[in-house]
Design a protein around this ligand. Structure first.
Ligand code: MLT
Length: 312
Protein backbone atom coordinates (compact mmCIF):
# COMPACT_ATOMS: atom_id res chain seq x y z
CA UNK A 1 0.00 0.00 0.00
CA UNK A 2 1.31 3.45 -0.73
CA UNK A 3 2.10 5.54 2.30
CA UNK A 4 -0.31 8.47 2.54
CA UNK A 5 1.82 11.40 3.68
CA UNK A 6 0.47 14.79 4.63
CA UNK A 7 1.07 17.27 1.79
CA UNK A 8 4.34 19.12 2.42
CA UNK A 9 3.59 22.57 3.81
CA UNK A 10 3.64 25.03 0.93
CA UNK A 11 6.89 26.99 1.12
CA UNK A 12 5.22 30.01 -0.55
CA UNK A 13 2.64 30.33 2.25
CA UNK A 14 0.73 32.59 2.32
CA UNK A 15 0.19 32.74 -1.43
CA UNK A 16 -3.30 34.34 -1.53
CA UNK A 17 -5.74 36.65 0.35
CA UNK A 18 -6.59 35.75 3.96
CA UNK A 19 -9.65 36.31 6.20
CA UNK A 20 -9.74 37.46 9.83
CA UNK A 21 -13.16 36.90 11.40
CA UNK A 22 -14.20 39.42 14.07
CA UNK A 23 -17.17 37.99 16.02
CA UNK A 24 -18.70 41.42 16.71
CA UNK A 25 -19.98 44.39 14.68
CA UNK A 26 -17.68 46.71 12.78
CA UNK A 27 -16.73 49.86 14.67
CA UNK A 28 -16.56 48.20 18.10
CA UNK A 29 -13.53 47.48 20.30
CA UNK A 30 -12.77 44.00 18.94
CA UNK A 31 -13.00 45.31 15.38
CA UNK A 32 -10.70 48.21 16.30
CA UNK A 33 -8.01 45.84 17.64
CA UNK A 34 -8.40 43.53 14.63
CA UNK A 35 -7.99 46.27 12.03
CA UNK A 36 -4.99 47.71 13.87
CA UNK A 37 -3.04 44.42 13.88
CA UNK A 38 -4.36 42.99 10.58
CA UNK A 39 -2.98 45.94 8.61
CA UNK A 40 0.56 45.33 9.85
CA UNK A 41 0.28 41.51 9.75
CA UNK A 42 -0.79 41.86 6.13
CA UNK A 43 2.33 43.91 5.37
CA UNK A 44 4.55 41.27 7.01
CA UNK A 45 2.79 38.37 5.25
CA UNK A 46 2.61 40.12 1.87
CA UNK A 47 -1.06 39.22 1.48
CA UNK A 48 -4.31 41.13 2.05
CA UNK A 49 -6.19 40.22 5.23
CA UNK A 50 -9.92 40.82 4.81
CA UNK A 51 -11.80 41.54 8.05
CA UNK A 52 -15.13 39.73 8.19
CA UNK A 53 -17.50 40.90 10.96
CA UNK A 54 -19.74 38.04 12.09
CA UNK A 55 -21.79 39.29 15.06
CA UNK A 56 -24.34 37.59 17.24
CA UNK A 57 -24.72 35.43 20.35
CA UNK A 58 -21.96 37.23 22.22
CA UNK A 59 -19.26 36.30 19.70
CA UNK A 60 -20.05 32.57 19.56
CA UNK A 61 -21.52 32.71 16.03
CA UNK A 62 -18.30 34.12 14.60
CA UNK A 63 -16.16 31.73 16.62
CA UNK A 64 -18.33 28.82 15.44
CA UNK A 65 -17.88 29.87 11.80
CA UNK A 66 -14.08 29.73 12.15
CA UNK A 67 -14.26 26.41 14.02
CA UNK A 68 -15.82 24.95 10.86
CA UNK A 69 -13.60 26.76 8.35
CA UNK A 70 -11.02 25.05 6.11
CA UNK A 71 -7.84 24.54 8.25
CA UNK A 72 -5.60 25.77 5.40
CA UNK A 73 -4.00 28.74 7.15
CA UNK A 74 -6.11 31.32 5.30
CA UNK A 75 -8.85 31.83 7.92
CA UNK A 76 -8.24 33.18 11.42
CA UNK A 77 -10.39 34.44 14.31
CA UNK A 78 -9.59 37.40 16.54
CA UNK A 79 -11.57 37.00 19.78
CA UNK A 80 -11.23 38.03 23.41
CA UNK A 81 -12.01 36.83 26.97
CA UNK A 82 -15.43 35.81 25.65
CA UNK A 83 -13.80 32.69 24.17
CA UNK A 84 -13.23 31.58 27.78
CA UNK A 85 -16.49 32.74 29.40
CA UNK A 86 -18.65 31.32 26.58
CA UNK A 87 -17.24 27.88 27.37
CA UNK A 88 -19.32 27.96 30.59
CA UNK A 89 -22.10 30.39 29.64
CA UNK A 90 -23.23 28.33 26.61
CA UNK A 91 -24.16 24.76 27.51
CA UNK A 92 -24.96 23.81 23.88
CA UNK A 93 -22.05 25.51 22.15
CA UNK A 94 -21.58 24.43 18.49
CA UNK A 95 -17.85 23.90 19.17
CA UNK A 96 -15.53 22.86 21.99
CA UNK A 97 -13.35 25.94 22.64
CA UNK A 98 -10.47 23.72 23.75
CA UNK A 99 -10.68 21.32 20.78
CA UNK A 100 -11.85 23.35 17.79
CA UNK A 101 -8.94 25.75 17.37
CA UNK A 102 -5.22 26.08 16.93
CA UNK A 103 -3.44 29.03 18.54
CA UNK A 104 -1.48 31.95 17.06
CA UNK A 105 -0.95 34.28 20.03
CA UNK A 106 -2.15 36.94 22.46
CA UNK A 107 -2.66 40.45 21.04
CA UNK A 108 -3.46 42.91 23.84
CA UNK A 109 -5.19 43.18 27.25
CA UNK A 110 -7.68 46.07 27.20
CA UNK A 111 -9.03 47.85 30.30
CA UNK A 112 -12.77 48.47 30.72
CA UNK A 113 -14.55 51.60 31.87
CA UNK A 114 -17.94 51.85 33.58
CA UNK A 115 -19.74 54.57 31.60
CA UNK A 116 -23.23 56.08 31.33
CA UNK A 117 -25.10 58.46 29.03
CA UNK A 118 -23.65 61.97 29.42
CA UNK A 119 -26.57 63.39 31.44
CA UNK A 120 -26.73 60.46 33.89
CA UNK A 121 -27.56 61.99 37.28
CA UNK A 122 -24.92 60.58 39.72
CA UNK A 123 -21.79 62.76 40.05
CA UNK A 124 -19.35 59.97 41.00
CA UNK A 125 -19.03 56.20 41.50
CA UNK A 126 -20.49 56.24 45.02
CA UNK A 127 -23.49 58.23 43.83
CA UNK A 128 -23.67 55.82 40.87
CA UNK A 129 -23.89 52.76 43.15
CA UNK A 130 -26.63 54.33 45.33
CA UNK A 131 -28.58 55.60 42.30
CA UNK A 132 -28.47 52.22 40.51
CA UNK A 133 -29.61 50.37 43.64
CA UNK A 134 -32.52 52.81 44.09
CA UNK A 135 -33.58 52.92 40.41
CA UNK A 136 -32.55 49.55 38.94
CA UNK A 137 -35.99 48.71 37.58
CA UNK A 138 -35.93 51.89 35.49
CA UNK A 139 -32.35 51.57 34.16
CA UNK A 140 -31.04 49.79 31.07
CA UNK A 141 -27.58 48.23 30.72
CA UNK A 142 -26.24 47.74 27.18
CA UNK A 143 -23.98 44.84 26.20
CA UNK A 144 -22.90 42.82 23.16
CA UNK A 145 -24.77 39.66 24.12
CA UNK A 146 -24.09 36.80 26.55
CA UNK A 147 -20.41 35.95 26.17
CA UNK A 148 -19.32 39.50 25.41
CA UNK A 149 -16.82 41.35 27.60
CA UNK A 150 -19.48 43.98 28.20
CA UNK A 151 -21.84 41.21 29.33
CA UNK A 152 -19.27 39.80 31.76
CA UNK A 153 -18.57 43.23 33.27
CA UNK A 154 -22.30 44.05 33.47
CA UNK A 155 -23.01 40.69 35.13
CA UNK A 156 -20.27 41.32 37.74
CA UNK A 157 -21.62 44.85 38.32
CA UNK A 158 -25.16 43.64 38.94
CA UNK A 159 -23.79 40.91 41.24
CA UNK A 160 -21.66 43.45 43.19
CA UNK A 161 -24.61 45.83 43.59
CA UNK A 162 -27.01 42.91 44.18
CA UNK A 163 -29.20 44.72 41.68
CA UNK A 164 -30.52 43.22 38.42
CA UNK A 165 -31.00 45.73 35.59
CA UNK A 166 -32.75 45.40 32.24
CA UNK A 167 -30.02 44.45 29.78
CA UNK A 168 -30.15 45.41 26.09
CA UNK A 169 -28.01 43.15 23.84
CA UNK A 170 -26.42 44.40 20.59
CA UNK A 171 -24.24 42.66 18.00
CA UNK A 172 -21.34 44.71 19.31
CA UNK A 173 -20.67 47.68 21.54
CA UNK A 174 -20.14 49.79 18.44
CA UNK A 175 -23.91 49.92 17.83
CA UNK A 176 -24.51 49.93 21.61
CA UNK A 177 -22.38 53.08 21.88
CA UNK A 178 -24.61 54.80 19.29
CA UNK A 179 -27.61 54.30 21.60
CA UNK A 180 -25.62 55.37 24.69
CA UNK A 181 -24.61 58.58 22.90
CA UNK A 182 -28.26 59.09 21.99
CA UNK A 183 -29.43 58.43 25.55
CA UNK A 184 -31.52 55.39 24.48
CA UNK A 185 -29.69 53.25 27.07
CA UNK A 186 -28.32 54.33 30.44
CA UNK A 187 -25.21 52.34 31.36
CA UNK A 188 -22.49 50.22 29.73
CA UNK A 189 -19.21 48.64 30.76
CA UNK A 190 -16.96 48.76 27.72
CA UNK A 191 -13.33 48.71 26.70
CA UNK A 192 -11.13 51.79 26.44
CA UNK A 193 -10.69 50.94 22.74
CA UNK A 194 -14.33 51.98 22.30
CA UNK A 195 -14.84 54.61 25.00
CA UNK A 196 -11.67 56.75 25.11
CA UNK A 197 -12.65 59.24 22.42
CA UNK A 198 -16.21 59.61 23.73
CA UNK A 199 -14.94 60.18 27.29
CA UNK A 200 -12.41 62.76 26.06
CA UNK A 201 -15.17 64.40 24.04
CA UNK A 202 -17.56 64.52 27.00
CA UNK A 203 -20.30 62.65 25.07
CA UNK A 204 -20.54 59.89 27.69
CA UNK A 205 -19.95 59.97 31.46
CA UNK A 206 -17.22 57.72 32.96
CA UNK A 207 -17.33 56.45 36.55
CA UNK A 208 -14.58 53.87 37.17
CA UNK A 209 -11.94 51.72 35.45
CA UNK A 210 -11.42 47.96 35.86
CA UNK A 211 -7.60 48.12 36.13
CA UNK A 212 -5.66 47.55 39.39
CA UNK A 213 -4.07 51.01 38.98
CA UNK A 214 -5.64 54.23 37.63
CA UNK A 215 -5.23 54.79 33.87
CA UNK A 216 -2.73 57.54 32.82
CA UNK A 217 -5.37 58.55 30.24
CA UNK A 218 -7.96 59.16 32.96
CA UNK A 219 -6.08 59.86 36.24
CA UNK A 220 -9.26 61.15 37.94
CA UNK A 221 -11.21 57.92 37.37
CA UNK A 222 -11.14 55.61 40.41
CA UNK A 223 -10.28 51.93 40.04
CA UNK A 224 -12.83 49.20 40.73
CA UNK A 225 -11.03 48.44 44.00
CA UNK A 226 -11.15 52.10 45.14
CA UNK A 227 -14.87 52.01 44.29
CA UNK A 228 -15.67 48.96 46.42
CA UNK A 229 -16.23 46.90 43.25
CA UNK A 230 -13.30 44.48 43.67
CA UNK A 231 -14.89 41.80 41.45
CA UNK A 232 -14.74 44.23 38.51
CA UNK A 233 -10.94 44.05 38.33
CA UNK A 234 -10.06 42.37 35.02
CA UNK A 235 -8.73 43.19 31.56
CA UNK A 236 -10.04 42.00 28.20
CA UNK A 237 -7.31 39.86 26.68
CA UNK A 238 -7.54 39.22 22.93
CA UNK A 239 -6.11 36.28 20.96
CA UNK A 240 -5.86 35.04 17.37
CA UNK A 241 -6.94 31.46 16.56
CA UNK A 242 -7.11 29.22 13.46
CA UNK A 243 -9.33 26.19 12.86
CA UNK A 244 -8.15 22.86 14.33
CA UNK A 245 -5.90 21.11 11.85
CA UNK A 246 -4.25 24.26 10.55
CA UNK A 247 -0.57 23.28 10.02
CA UNK A 248 1.76 24.32 12.84
CA UNK A 249 4.01 26.02 10.27
CA UNK A 250 1.11 28.32 9.35
CA UNK A 251 0.32 29.17 12.97
CA UNK A 252 4.02 29.88 13.61
CA UNK A 253 4.22 32.10 10.51
CA UNK A 254 1.08 33.99 11.61
CA UNK A 255 2.56 34.36 15.11
CA UNK A 256 5.71 35.92 13.60
CA UNK A 257 3.53 38.36 11.61
CA UNK A 258 1.54 39.16 14.79
CA UNK A 259 4.76 39.82 16.72
CA UNK A 260 5.94 42.15 13.94
CA UNK A 261 2.61 44.01 14.08
CA UNK A 262 2.80 44.37 17.87
CA UNK A 263 6.34 45.77 17.63
CA UNK A 264 5.25 48.39 15.08
CA UNK A 265 5.57 51.95 16.44
CA UNK A 266 2.26 52.97 14.87
CA UNK A 267 0.40 50.09 16.52
CA UNK A 268 2.04 50.80 19.89
CA UNK A 269 1.05 54.48 19.67
CA UNK A 270 -2.50 53.79 18.48
CA UNK A 271 -3.02 51.31 21.31
CA UNK A 272 -1.58 53.75 23.88
CA UNK A 273 -3.97 56.46 22.63
CA UNK A 274 -6.80 53.95 23.25
CA UNK A 275 -5.68 53.06 26.78
CA UNK A 276 -4.01 49.75 26.04
CA UNK A 277 -0.69 48.16 24.98
CA UNK A 278 0.44 45.23 22.80
CA UNK A 279 1.10 41.80 24.29
CA UNK A 280 4.80 40.89 24.52
CA UNK A 281 6.52 38.82 21.81
CA UNK A 282 6.58 35.87 24.25
CA UNK A 283 2.82 36.19 24.76
CA UNK A 284 2.11 36.56 21.04
CA UNK A 285 2.82 32.83 20.60
CA UNK A 286 0.66 29.70 20.26
CA UNK A 287 1.79 28.23 23.61
CA UNK A 288 1.04 31.45 25.53
CA UNK A 289 -2.47 31.78 24.06
CA UNK A 290 -3.27 28.12 24.72
CA UNK A 291 -2.17 28.48 28.37
CA UNK A 292 -4.19 31.71 28.72
CA UNK A 293 -7.39 30.18 27.32
CA UNK A 294 -7.10 27.07 29.49
CA UNK A 295 -6.47 29.06 32.69
CA UNK A 296 -9.18 31.63 31.92
CA UNK A 297 -11.84 28.96 31.28
CA UNK A 298 -10.97 27.51 34.70
CA UNK A 299 -10.96 30.97 36.33
CA UNK A 300 -14.37 32.10 35.09
CA UNK A 301 -16.25 28.78 35.32
CA UNK A 302 -17.00 29.03 39.10
CA UNK A 303 -17.77 32.78 38.87
CA UNK A 304 -20.35 32.19 36.12
CA UNK A 305 -21.80 29.15 37.89
CA UNK A 306 -22.14 31.21 41.11
CA UNK A 307 -24.02 33.88 39.13
CA UNK A 308 -26.19 31.19 37.59
CA UNK A 309 -26.22 33.07 34.28
CA UNK A 310 -26.41 30.83 31.20
CA UNK A 311 -27.33 31.28 27.55
CA UNK A 312 -29.63 28.35 26.78
C1 MLT B 1 -17.67 43.05 23.94
O1 MLT B 1 -18.44 43.61 24.71
O2 MLT B 1 -17.32 41.87 23.99
C2 MLT B 1 -17.11 43.86 22.85
O3 MLT B 1 -17.27 45.19 23.17
C3 MLT B 1 -17.90 43.57 21.65
C4 MLT B 1 -17.40 44.37 20.50
O4 MLT B 1 -16.19 44.32 20.23
O5 MLT B 1 -18.23 45.03 19.88
Amino acid sequence: ATMLTAPAFAQDYPSRQMTMVVPFSAGGPTDTVARLVAEKMSADLGQTIVIENVGGAGGTLGAGQVAKAEPDGYTMLLHHIGMATSATLYRNLAYDPLAAFEYVGLVTEVPMVLVARKDFEPADINGFKDYVKANADKLTLANAGIGAASHLCGMLLMQALETPMVTVPYKGTGPAMTDLLGGQVDIMCDQTTNTTQQIQGGTIKPYAVTTPERLPLFPDLPTAKESGLESLEFAIWHGIYTPKGTPAEANERLSKALQAALADEGVIKAMADLGTAPSSAEDATPAALQAQLESEIARWKPVIEAAGVYAD
